[in-house]
Ligand binder design. Structure first.
Ligand SMILES: NC(=O)c1ccc[n+]([C@@H]2O[C@H](COP(=O)([O-])OP(=O)(O)OC[C@H]3O[C@@H](n4cnc5c(N)ncnc54)[C@H](O)[C@@H]3O)[C@@H](O)[C@H]2O)c1
Length: 285
């Protein structure tokens, strides 16, 4: 039997968590959006309202529907109350293995045995995360793309012990959300980031070794490969801290040819994380 989903929780109200919460609320599912501090929740709901307003302006969502969508999202810092009676928890906190393991251990002691756990990790092994819980068969990766409300793809990552039943239930849920779920076995970076990381890292090296200026690199890739964004623009959009976390994990798992370029490390050390801090490879108003 395919599991029913009418109440879920999303942990982390950053770039991804806020967008994921919106995707579910638009599909009529109640969402508890959890973060460690009210100010992160305030930023999250600001992003959600901005995105909803854009959809109203474009005529994609009727104005009277927007308040119903917002009513389905509960913002909270109380992890226990938010997660104890949900059918699915999606983790979208920082890309740090220790932080994710700590959270899942805690969730495992709070949530009902039936609750499915999903991680939105960009690269970390699903089995490693699943093994800190007593429910590895009810644990999988749900890797959304940025921005979740617009991007159709969700990589559904199967851990070593994920059950077929859980996998099929979550695949069906993704289709109900209007998304295209693509199953993948686990491997560092899954499908998209396995290909994306070396591609973006090479563009950083081109800049670092002065082969070309940043606008030249982005223009060449956009026109030469017919990509909607250049690699440096795209990195600023994703977040340079997120890219560095992915790169360091890939290097650790796959070897030194995946080592992040110096220029990326330097920008992150300087707090230049891309669009979210108004400066990365480019400066934003
Ligand atoms: N940014 C992207 O384009 C992108 C795309 C796909 C997947 N991801 C993955 O999604 C995850 C989140 O990325 P993001 O870009 O949204 O990060 P982000 O830094 O924008 O947001 C992370 C949020 O998690 C919160 N948080 C941290 N620890 C927490 C905890 N213990 N409990 C509750 N909240 C906590 C932070 O306060 C912050 O608001 C990462 O694993 C990342 O690799 C990111």
């Amino acid at each position: 039997m395919i599991a029913e989903f009418n109440r879920i929780a999303v942990i982390g109200s950053g770039t991804m968590g806020s967008g994921i919460a919106l995707v579910f609320a638009i599909s009529g599912i109640d969402v508890a959006l959890v973060d460690i501090d009210q100010r992160f929740l305030d930023n999250g709901i600001k992003r959600i309202k901005k995105s909803l307003n854009r959809s109203i302006e474009k005529g994609k969502i009727p104005k009277e529907e927007a308040s119903k969508i917002l009513d389905r999202i509960t913002l909270t810092t109380e992890l226990e109350n938010a997660t104890k009676d949900v059918q699915l928890v999606i983790e979208a906190i920082i890309e740090n293995e220790g932080a994710k393991k700590g959270l899942f251990k805690k969730l495992d002691s709070i949530c009902s045995n039936d609750t499915i756990f999903a991680s939105n990790t960009s690269a970390i092994s699903i089995s490693t995360l699943a093994d800190v819980t007593k429910r590895p068969s009810r644990f999988l990766g749900m890797h959304f793309f940025n921005p979740p409300q617009l991007m159709k793809l969700i990589e559904i990552v199967k851990g070593k012990k994920t059950s077929e039943h859980v996998l099929n239930s979550v695949m069906a849920l993704c289709k109900r959300l209007g998304k295209v779920p693509v199953p993948s076995n686990e491997a560092p970076g899954f499908i998209v980031n396995r290909v994306l990381w070396p591609f973006l890292n090479e563009s950083y090296k081109l800049l670092e070794t002065n082969v070309a200026k940043k606008v030249a690199i982005d223009t060449a890739i956009k026109l030469g490969l017919n990509h909607p964004m250049g690699p440096l623009e795209l990195s600023d959009y994703i977040g340079l801290d997120v890219m560095l976390d992915i790169g360091q994990y890939m290097e650790e798992q796959l070897g030194e040819e995946y080592r992040p370029a110096e220029i990326l490390v330097k920008l992150v050390e300087e707090g230049k994380l891309g669009k979210k801090t108004k400066e990365g490879f480019y400066v934003y108003d």
